[in-house]
Design a protein around this ligand. Structure first.
Ligand SMILES: Nc1nc2c(ncn2[C@@H]2O[C@H](COP(=O)(O)OP(=O)(O)OP(=O)(O)O)[C@@H](O)[C@H]2O)c(=O)[nH]1
Ligand SMILES: [Mg+2]
Length: 366
């Protein structure tokens, strides 16, 4: 008899876990199923004061939770390259070749031809008009001032709505640039500061994308709304906003698919996602284009396409800690006229810093 009961219990457990494999893995919150897509919900945090795990998603550059990485320590190659050129210029006396050398240095550092030309034209004009002396120090001082002017007003602030409904930040960008990771980092930061955060896993292109976001949600105690593979991304955003509104969570971070930007249907999908995100009770206040700094000038092409399609409000520039040459920061700001809001400097939860122009310029010049 006892054996029969045990067998029945085991059978029930097997049936339950077989039908809802993904729920079985969940550590927090409950899941619900809605048709036509499987939309699963976990609870947004009531209070989030617990320290976050310090380990990164596979990173060796993680910092203590909450500690802001120092940009100049993370810039690595960018600082060595661009900063190295600047030191080289500083050491030499100014002659005809100085401008050529500076021009070459800026282009090699990924500043791009158009922006480099503009910067150099200003330096040449300054010397011609007697505005600046023809010394290396004066040239660099002017270059520094030009860069400061270029970034004037950028302070990394992400705007929030009126507070009546959830604020929505939509993240877009081609695949592999760091959208999901950046969302995870921001979720952790916001949750730590007490905001109720709900993640919308609107990258339904592949199932692994939702899993990855779910890991970040667990790490930051954020809520998450997921759709099944192939589900309409907009419906996931819609559900996430409803979910956040019902639970008085103030912030929805929407992840999107990053398939090739040359596919027009991705842009259409994103336009629709944007329209849905704008619908009350949601208040869409940021459309953030995530760009991989190591892709250099390619990023600018992508940025233009996304900007035309979905009206980007700011840039999250990732992987500046890697092999990026750094000048792309200048090119992106100058060519796109979009503020750089955040900079990714590693894979760890705290490796995303608000872009501080003064800090960036100082890291290159000092
Ligand atoms: N070194 C470094 N790696 C980063 C940074 N941001 C993201 N990554 C890594 O880049 C890889 C891709 O990041 P994802 O967040 O999956 O990129 P995604 O844009 O969501 O990619 P798709 O979902 O395929 O479109 C991961 O291995 C991240 O850990 C960063 O600032 N620095
Ligand atoms: Mg992703």
């Amino acid at each position: 008899m006892a054996l029969v009961i045990v067998l029945v219990v085991v059978a029930l457990v097997v049936i339950a876990s077989g039908g809802l494999v993904t729920v079985g893995r969940r550590r927090k919150g409950k899941s619900v199923t809605a048709s036509p897509e499987v939309v699963r919900h976990t609870e947004p945090p009531s209070e989030t004061t617990a320290a976050l795990p310090t380990e990164a998603a596979g990173s060796a550059t993680a910092t203590t939770a909450g500690a802001r990485p120092v940009l100049r320590e993370r810039l690595g190659r960018a600082r060595a390259l661009l900063g190295g050129y600047i030191d080289g210029i500083r050491a030499r006396s100014v002659d005809e070749g100085t401008f050529d050398e500076l021009e070459e240095a800026l282009i090699l550092a990924d500043v791009g031809v158009a922006t480099t030309t503009r910067l150099l034209d200003d330096l040449r004009a300054g010397v011609r008009s007697g505005d600046i002396e023809a010394t290396a120090e004066s040239l660099l001082e002017r270059l520094r001032a030009d860069l400061a002017a270029l970034f004037a007003g950028d302070d990394g602030t992400l705007r929030r709505g009126s507070g009546e409904g959830p604020t929505v930040w939509l993240f877009v960008g081609v695949n592999g640039v760091g959208k999901t990771t950046s969302i995870g980092k921001i979720a952790a930061r916001e949750a730590r500061e007490g905001a109720g955060v709900v993640l919308a896993a609107a990258d339904t292109f592949r199932a692994a994308a939702g899993e990855q976001l779910e890991t970040w949600a667990e790490r930051s105690s954020a809520g998450i709304v997921r759709g099944s593979e192939g589900a309409d991304p907009s419906s996931v955003i819609f559900d996430a906003v409803q979910h956040a509104a019902a639970r008085k969570a103030g912030l929805v971070l929407a992840d999107t698919a990053g398939r090739l930007h040359t596919k027009t249907n991705l842009m259409e999908e994103l336009r629709k996602a944007r329209r849905i995100a704008e619908r009350p009770p949601g208040e869409l206040t940021e459309v953030l284009l995530v760009l991989d700094a190591t892709t250099g000038q390619n990023g600018l092409v992508q940025a233009r396409q996304f900007t035309e399609a979905v009206g980007v409000t700011g840039i999250v520039l990732t992987k500046l800690d890697g092999t990026a040459k750094g000048g792309v920061v200048i090119a992106v700001r100058s060519e796109l006229g979009l503020p750089i809001k955040l900079v990714g400097v590693g894979e760890g939860v705290d490796d995303l810093v608000e872009f501080d122009p003064e800090e960036f310029v100082a890291a290159l010049f000092d």
